[in-house]
Design a protein around this ligand. Structure first.
Ligand SMILES: [Zn+2]
Length: 412
């Protein structure tokens, strides 16, 4: 986005939501404009159904209405016009090309053409020129056949699903490496960027894992990781403006090498639902080194969602980081973990319980539990009660894996 000021002026004209929100900020510089949060979008949808006060295009121009899987209450709707879809396809094709999706490659896609924006990834793969084989989620048998019969070479899925798939195959006497998966393009949760999880997937399939990342309210894919496998390149220029901020002080941060913060997006080009300084809640670390692939977009690695954060005795604890530490104990442990906080809420004054699945056929092992507890303390500076549970007892998900379970937590 080259002309932010001009774009913001135009936004006031066409969006009643932003006209109100920006009242009093007429002379403010861009960095002083207010953030937009997901809660505000939800409030706007509720206040003026069906598509909210932030709808900035005629409702007749809306071509698709996606929704997000809201944790509470009604779904949050995301409307897009033809032009919005074209932009998504353009950005998505760059992101996924970076991850190794290539022309004429037979590529299996597990994202459903259902309610979620991930379904729009199909358009991006088609734009790349891949031979797309959509199988949707919950269709593991059909997916395996696509490799065995159609000779597919690439797979797009969530990282937790890739681990599930490897287990599924082994339980049926199929060696995952023999499927012929060469390229694994993962998205939807941070696992693909965690070393131990990535290595476990690469090892299981004999394939390369690279990740892509997007956000429903902005674009289904915005970032894609190239062959250097050292973070995802930003692929949204010039359609999307991205900022890094300190999530505690809200202050802008430069994209310096090693900087850590929350991503904030501005999408003024969007016709139906433009967003200004939208808080992603995604925490990332920046890799600002030049890349041998020639792409100039800044690189990031996602380290977790602010929404999943627990603060245990003053220490930040991302559940994905716990999973990462536990995964380093493979093959003695299985895939899934589940964190059971002592009580509800973000701030915890007692050690949470961490349930860790043993490997298939693994027996109770006090030493292993103590080793994992020690690794969590050393790596994350957090004390946790580690409980080993038999293989196959924690819920497996073909979609986003749930890492925290408050159902047994005391209420405060
Ligand atoms: Zn690169």
């Amino acid at each position: 986005m080259t002309d932010l000021a001009g774009g913001v002026a135009e936004l006031r004209e066409r969006s009643p939501f932003y006209r109100d929100k920006l009242a009093g900020f007429e002379d403010a510089s861009f960095e002083d404009l207010p953030f937009t949060t997901k809660d505000e979008i939800r409030e706007s949808l509720a206040a003026e159904p069906p598509l909210g006060r932030h709808l900035a295009a005629p409702v007749e121009a809306v071509r698709r209405v996606y929704s997000t899987s809201g944790t509470t209450g009604d779904p949050s709707y995301i409307a897009v016009t033809d032009a919005d879809l074209a932009t998504w396809t353009e950005i998505g094709s760059r992101s996924y090309a970076a991850t190794g999706i290539a022309p004429a490659q037979r590529a299996v896609l597990t994202y459903n053409s259902g309610p979620f924006v991930a379904g729009a990834v199909l358009d991006a793969w088609q734009r790349i020129g891949a031979t797309v084989i959509p199988v949707g989620s919950g269709n593991t048998e059909r997916l395996v056949k696509a490799f065995q019969i159609l000779g597919a070479e690439a797979l797009g899925c969530m990282p937790s699903y890739a681990l599930y798939l490897a287990d599924w195959c082994r339980e049926r006497g199929i060696e995952p490496r023999e499927l012929g998966v060469r390229t694994l393009s993962v998205a939807g949760e941070p696992g693909g960027g965690e070393d131990a999880t990535r290595h476990a997937i690469e090892e299981a399939f004999g394939a390369t894992v690279r990740e892509a990342m997007g956000i429903a309210d902005v674009s289904p894919s915005l970032w894609g990781e190239c062959e250097e496998q050292a973070g995802m390149h930003f692929c949204g220029d010039p359609y999307i403006h991205v900022e890094l901020i300190d999530p505690e002080s809200d202050a802008p941060l430069p994209f310096d090498d090693g900087a850590e913060g929350e991503l904030v997006y501005t999408a003024l080009i969007r016709e139906a639902m433009p967003v200004l300084r939208f808080r992603s809640r995604d925490r990332v670390v920046v890799n600002a080194k030049p890349c041998s692939c020639g792409r100039e977009g800044i690189r990031v690695r996602c380290i977790g969602r602010t929404d999943d954060l627990l603060i245990v005795r003053g220490v930040n604890l991302f559940p994905t980081a716990v999973r990462e530490v536990v995964a380093s104990f493979r093959p003695r442990v299985g895939g899934p973990i589940l964190i059971r906080p002592a009580h509800t809420g973000v701030r915890q004054d007692a050690a949470p319980r961490v349930l860790v699945e043993l490997a298939e056929g693994g027996a109770a092992d006090d030493d292993l539990a103590a080793e994992i507890r020690g690794a969590l303390r050393t790596t994350l500076i957090v004390t946790a009660e580690v409980e080993l549970v038999p293989y196959g007892t924690l819920p497996r998900s073909e979609y986003k894996s749930r890492l925290v379970d408050f159902s047994g937590s005391a209420t405060r």
